[in-house]
Design a binder for this molecule. Structure first.
Ligand code: ADP
Ligand code: MG
Length: 377
């Protein structure tokens, strides 16, 4: 009885958090880089409030527009600053929570920098695994933990295992036969990691796997969703109690709009798949935040795959990446609108429901002509 008390408390806390809603939207503005050039197009178009770190101002075609998110990281923010903000979210998967962190934004806005980072300045993926290791080690006297990693991508709505040793058929998402309602992906490699060295090996292997298949990795990676799925399984030595938490780290495909007129063939097909899945993600998060009965998880591979980690008492963070320069303001505006829409949904049954329902999947596709990304990364 006494033993179970912390558990009950944990349950209560979980429920309380679930009540409040666990979806946060944070912006990150990248610095101006050499690749932005030195013409007027590369002028800065983004400003901040010194007394409110949730606000971002954008100068779009001479008109100022402001947005309020949960927080906005200005260009001078470091990888560590960003990580500090997401740390608690990450460690909560040790307690059995499922967590999703998405990087959203146009190509070149800094999604991969935030998630993967560089060798000198690693991003969330690497830092998350390192933190999980050290936290788990601290609990090692009472709990036994196993941490596994899967690396996958979704391209044209096909799910591919990037840790598979042999090239394989595309993977299917299936309902567990035990009637639990849980989903699983038969055949998806789960690699047990036990050291920082293991982590590096896993990421390297996934990277090589992705590179060999495509001649232009940068182009390919901007058109596919890259997923790192970390599972933490714990067993309490004394009670035998088990927990499982999943941390899903997703570097989304570029959100830039591709007009129907400008693209054809493969490029158009890719664009349609991206539009479809990003809209589906927005729809799902909206539906979850507004507590609609029906959440359209099955409208895309991504949301279907992550269903377990988006619903219930799961926690979601949308990191909206933004380019600061003038030539990107149209896309920046779209990204910030996406961010605000995902965020500003009222909790509880509200009057805005109809408005939300009309957030159709068309938005990404129908506007504008082909936009050239600022960089091909
Ligand atoms: P995306 O993945 O969204 O296409 P990248 O992460 O590849 O964008 O970023 C584009 C370029 O900007 C890269 O050269 C990257 O190193 C640089 N960059 C992005 N964010 C930052 C940042 N916060 N600090 C320094 N450089 C950055
Ligand atoms: Mg990228």
């Amino acid at each position: 009885q006494v033993r179970n008390f912390p558990l009950l408390l944990q349950e209560a806390l979980k429920n309380a958090r679930a009540e409040v809603g666990n979806i946060r939207v944070i912006g990150r503005v990248r610095p101006i880089t050499k690749e932005d050039g030195d013409g007027p197009e590369a002028n800065n178009a983004v400003t901040f409030d010194s007394d409110d770190d949730a606000v971002i101002h954008l100068l779009h075609k001479g008109k100022p527009v402001s947005f309020e998110l949960d927080k906005v990281f200005p260009p001078q923010s470091t990888q560590q600053d960003v990580f500090q903000e997401v740390q608690d979210l990450i460690t909560s998967c040790i307690d059995g929570y499922n967590v999703c962190i998405f990087a959203y934004g146009q190509t070149g806005a800094g999604k991969t920098y935030t998630m993967e980072g560089t060798v000198e300045n690693p991003g969330i993926n690497q830092r998350a695994l390192q933190l999980l290791f050290s936290e788990v080690q601290e609990k090692a006297s009472d709990w036994e933990y196993a941490i596994t990693v899967s690396v996958a991508e979704i391209y044209n709505e096909a799910l591919r295992d990037l840790l598979a040793k042999e090239p394989q058929e595309k993977l299917e998402i299936k309902l567990c036969p035990d009637g639990s309602g849980q989903l699983y992906v038969p055949g998806l490699t789960e690699f047990r990691v036990q050291s920082v060295d293991d982590i590096n090996k896993v990421f390297e292997f996934g990277h090589t796997n992705r590179t060999t298949e495509y001649t232009n990795l940068n182009e390919h990676s901007s058109r596919s969703h890259a997923l790192v799925i970390i599972t933490v399984r714990g067993t309490d030595y004394s009670t035998g109690l088990r927990t499982t938490g999943k941390l899903n780290l997703v570097d989304l495909a570029g959100s830039e709009r591709v007009g129907k007129s400008g693209a054809e063939g493969n490029r158009l097909r890719e664009a349609q798949y991206i539009n479809k899945s990003l809209s589906a993600l927005g729809d799902v998060i909206s539906a979850l935040r507004s507590r609609q009965g029906h959440v359209p998880f099955r409208n895309s591979k991504l949301t279907y795959l992550l269903q377990d980690s988006l619903s219930g008492d799961s926690k979601t963070l949308m990191l909206v990446q933004v380019s600061p320069v003038e030539k990107n303001t149209s896309e920046t505006l779209c990204s910030l609108k996406f961010a605000e829409r995902v965020r500003s949904v009222e909790l509880g049954p509200g009057s805005r429901r109809t408005e939300l329902m009309s957030w159709s999947s068309q938005e990404h596709l129908e506007t504008g002509s082909v936009q050239t990304p600022s960089s091909t990364r």
